[in-house]
Design a protein. Sequence first.
Length: 319
Amino acid sequence: MARKLIIFGNGLGMALDRAHFSLATALEDIWNRPDFLTDQQRQLIERCLQRGGAPEGEHELGTLHQAVTYCKALGRIGEGEVHWLTEDGLNFPEITSTYIHKVATKLHNYEGGLPDEFEESLVRFIKATRSHVATVNYDKLLYNSFIDNDIFNGYRGYLVDGMLDQGFSSEALERKYGNRFGYYLHLHGSPLFVNRQQEAVKLARHQLTVDRDEASEHIVLTHIKRKPSVIADSHVLSTYWDYLQFALSECEEIILFGYSGLDTHLNLMLRPYLNLKTLRVVEWSGAGNQDARETYWQGILGQEVAVTRLDNVSEFTDW
């Protein structure tokens, strides 16, 4: 069977539990979490947003990202005994990063699993084809399933993501000794990825809770315009995007599954490959009628696209 590339967006999680996978809800819940943000820290964030309350979406997280960038730059300029920033300013990047990590953790830690028929068909397909999988969300639905079904198994697995016991290594993504594995590319990162002594490592699944205070650099949760800079600042994420180009060149078909089409940096990556590849979109029928959706995707990707619309995308099995 031909190797494919399946890119998963947030639509899979939303099909199973819209309340849990709502970014606005996660932002609000973590904002109000007891014993996390102090009143002073909330005030700093509110001043950034120029209004009271929690950030409401990626557009406002983009504003925080800008402030963090400025604070880091000024912090480097003023390194030494005398700083340009107050203590609050020096601590703002870590506070904001920890907040974002907790939000991503809440989205990640969904207690449910994939529907049996969906999971069985996908696992069977991946094992038969070693097709590449890329994600732009933060949930563990696929990751848990692939671990539990032995799709991940070190170099002997059907897919690899470069995360070994000693941490992330781009060399672990290289095919050697006749290996034919495909790639699992966390394009927007994972709350499981944290830094230890300047190295990126992966937490065990049971270790990841919202009680952890982690300031991860490997999560892309910000405004669309800011996402490329977050990716560039992470060796892990930039490596995944490098391998995305290889996966695009190697696969014979691309499936966009539950993806909104709003990540322009991803769309720009896809466009050059589409004249030579078969492309399918699988999405929720509530996004619009057939003609409207085909027009929407043609506008984004520059060519006609086969669009499959389902009332519940988790019922899809035609890989």
